[in-house]
Design a protein around this ligand. Structure first.
Ligand code: C5J
Length: 224
């Protein structure tokens, strides 16, 4: 077991039984013209998480850990998109509408892709999810159970929406979760801070909060 300093207490994990889950680092959320922008957000705020996500991914790969990427998006016929979800946002800039990177939040479109700096490599599962949580209507849980995974390191965007929903789903399923705070971001910095605080409050009600520097130091120390 490796221990990383974290809030509210050290997070212990076995790299062979831990997965890094990188949530929704997609062009639709991080670049102008996608879903995030269509909802009126300043997408540049999310770019801060790209570098730390890359550090976390590199560290996990070097340690031989399972790295899983997720993407939020829908079938081209939108049959998996709840009408209540489609109806949100400015008319003509909703899920399925044409945007500068193709149809907004639709699988197969350019905007749905993960940003180039964080592109998955061969052997890394990519989970396509129709909801905010990565467990809802996906193969993630059996994939983790089949590999004996019992702990998750979670990174990505946005902290208070898809990262938090996935964390809560994972926590209820018995996975021990540590959020890499600097590798997450929000369109609302105050929501980011509050979302991280919610995780570690009350003795770690949802899990632990740590960062990429602590993760890399721990993994490098383990190999030394
Ligand atoms: C949102 C996400 N914010 N990945 N998606 O709609 O957090």
């Amino acid at each position: 077991m490796i221990e990383i300093p974290a809030d509210p207490s050290a997070f212990a994990f076995d790299p062979a039984r831990t997965a890094l889950v990188v949530i929704d680092m997609q062009r639709d959320f991080l670049e102008p013209g996608g879903f995030g922008a269509a909802l009126g957000n300043d997408v540049s705020l999310l770019a801060a998480a790209i570098g730390p996500c890359r550090v976390a991914i590199d560290a996990a790969r070097a340690a031989g850990m399972l790295v899983i990427h997720t993407r939020e998006g829908h079938r081209p016929d939108l049959s998996d998109a709840p009408p209540a979800k489609i109806a949100r946002g400015a008319p003509s800039r909703r899920i399925g509408d044409p945007g500068p990177m193709g149809r907004i939040l639709v699988r197969g479109e350019a905007g749905h892709e993960i940003v180039a700096a964080l592109a998955p490599i061969a052997g890394e599962p990519v989970i396509d999810k129709p909801g905010k949580g990565a467990f809802y209507a996906t193969e993630l849980e059996p994939m983790l159970r089949h590999r004996g995974i019992e702990a998750l390191l979670i990174a990505g965007v946005t902290t208070e929406v898809c990262v938090h929903t996935t964390l809560r789903e994972a926590n209820d399923r018995g996975f021990r979760c540590a959020v890499l705070g600097d590798a997450c971001a929000s369109y609302f910095p105050e929501f980011h801070a509050a979302a991280l605080a919610m995780v570690s409050a009350q003795g770690g009600i949802f899990g632990w909060v740590t960062d990429t520097a602590r993760l890399t130091a721990a993994l490098e120390g383990d190999r030394a």
